[in-house]
Design a protein around this ligand. Structure first.
Ligand SMILES: Cc1cc2nc3c(=O)[nH]c(=O)nc-3n(C[C@H](O)[C@H](O)[C@H](O)COP(=O)(O)OP(=O)(O)OC[C@H]3O[C@@H](n4cnc5c(N)ncnc54)[C@H](O)[C@@H]3O)c2cc1C
Length: 437
């Protein structure tokens, strides 16, 4: 299912990211990746040459290196300020990312994407993990891999030109409207309705926890478009957020993901043209479940670099911090624990790459994606908690990455399906989930 051949992708990467053939490429991969860090397996793998990585080629590393430059120059210097302000300027950041091609690496070229396969999206998600907070990567992921997969796969050409093209270009901000005040884990029980009246759908109800909801220009909305069985009565609709009757009720104050705005939104007789329906009416639940697979794989990829960075920064800190005349790191309980955590990160990485490789070959990876998301969420909690402890009082301040990720990564076990939802899916595939009466 790889969309572009190796040589085509290489040419595209050079062209899109402005790498000079005899510059960066000629000087070897250390230029692209920067110096390999002890905790980073990715660049080490690249350095061993083509084919040394299970999923990534030189082109993937080229994409990551170009993205890293934007992160280091346009995003990381401002993270603390945006975290403090409780919102990052999504339009500005997305414009920069869109112009460089990073909002549509696996989207079709005819709509402004790079036409590459999903492994490139995973590579981008991994690199975005080097942003020094969780909120901004999450909002970028909503734009690229949560609000747009169904539109890309099932939307009409007209709809894609109207909503997907500007989203990939970074000219507009997208959000995903699934959760409601009374329905999060149980997606089938949402109450928002889209009632057909003439050429319009009339939307009533409300959505909760909407990432980028305060800044978004359009929402990929899941609503009940008819009566009937809850898995067959839903539709996905592109909803412009500037329509009369769309009310952003409040920006939710959260313990983490501070720079990402999260909104509660109400709809009061909002009239949307029926041609804004994505794919077929009544297929929304199925489309959303498919969309969730890419969202979950993306989320797992996105937590790898933060976990590695926290381990590495903990090594650096505990190596120079002395207690009883010896570095904290020299205590066996500390360096053994860090080794165990690094091992667990590699296990999650292996599971992710296995799931992505199978997904690229057209397999149903729902079980593996759920397992990876479950394990990644639990490990992120354990890892940030363990590492924070080794920092002592410093770990309790807002000045260090570990405390920010301790708060931000907590969401991974809740959002996009809580751990218990992942367990239910895994049980379903194992044939052990009791049938509902
Ligand atoms: C910062 C943030 C950003 C978000 N962004 C978006 C977004 O952009 N768009 C969107 O649509 N949603 C978004 N969400 C919503 C998120 O997906 C939901 O919070 C999540 O699905 C859980 O739903 P809930 O909060 O309603 O919890 P509930 O459904 O009330 O579940 C509460 C708890 O019940 C437990 N539970 C659930 N199922 C079972 C079970 N079968 N067995 C045992 N226990 C169970 C779990 O521990 C769960 O955490 C976001 C949430 C947050 C916090």
């Amino acid at each position: 299912m790889r969309v572009a051949s190796s040589s085509t992708a290489l040419a595209m990467a050079r062209c899109w990211f402005g790498l000079r053939a005899r510059g960066a490429w000629g000087q070897g991969l250390s230029v692209l990746c920067g110096p390999a860090r002890p905790g980073s397996s990715s660049c080490a793998s690249a350095a061993s040459g083509e084919g040394a990585h299970l999923l990534y080629t030189r082109e993937h590393y080229a994409v990551r290196a170009s993205l890293r430059k934007i992160i280091d120059k346009e995003i990381n210097p401002f993270v603390d300020k945006w975290e403090e302000e409780g919102q990052f300027p999504a339009h500005k950041v997305f414009k920069t990312l869109g112009q460089a091609g990073f909002l549509g690496v696996n989207k079709p070229k005819e709509y402004g994407g790079m036409g590459l396969d999903f492994s490139y999206s995973i590579a981008v998600a991994e690199e975005l993990g080097n942003i020094r907070c969780g909120g901004i990567p999450m909002a970028i992921g909503v734009q690229t891999d949560m609000a747009t997969p169904a539109l890309t796969r099932f939307g009409s050409d007209e709809l894609k030109r109207q909503f997907l093209v500007p989203t990939i270009a970074g000219e507009v901000v997208a959000c995903l409207g699934v959760s409601e005040p009374g329905a999060g884990s149980d997606v089938a029980s949402i109450k928002t309705t889209a009632v057909r009246k003439g050429d319009d759908y009339v939307i009533n109800g409300g959505k909760m926890w909407i990432t980028s909801g305060c800044q978004a220009d359009w929402m990929c909305l899941l609503a009940n478009s008819s009566e009937g069985p809850p898995h067959q009565n839903k539709s996905l609709i592109c909803l412009p957020m500037n329509l009369p009757g769309v009310h952003v009720a409040k920006k939710i104050d959260k313990m983490g993901m501070r720079s990402s705005d999260t909104a509660q939104i109400f709809f009061e007789d909002v009239r949307v043209p029926s041609k804004y329906l994505i794919g077929e009416e009544g297929m929304g639940f199925t489309y959303q479940m498919l969309q969730f697979q890419e969202e979950r794989l993306w989320a797992v990829a996105n937590i790898l670099a933060p976990m590695e960075n926290v381990i590495q920064e903990t090594i650096d800190y505990t190596r120079q911090r002395k207690i009883y005349s010896q570095p904290v790191l020299h205590n066996q309980t500390v360096h053994f624990r860090l080794a165990e955590l690094a091992t667990e990160v590699e296990l999650v990485r292996s599971l992710l790459y296995q799931a992505v490789a199978l997904y690229l070959r057209g397999n149903d990876v729902t079980k593996l994606a759920s397992m990876a998301k479950l394990k990644a969420g639990r490990l992120a909690r354990e890892l940030t908690d363990n590492c924070l402890q080794f920092w002592g009082g410093m770990g309790f301040t807002n000045e260090v990455l570990v405390s920010k990720l301790y708060r931000d990564s907590r969401l991974l076990s809740i959002g996009a399906g809580a751990d218990e939802v992942m367990l239910s899916i895994i049980c379903k595939y194992m044939g052990t989930l009791p049938q509902k009466k």
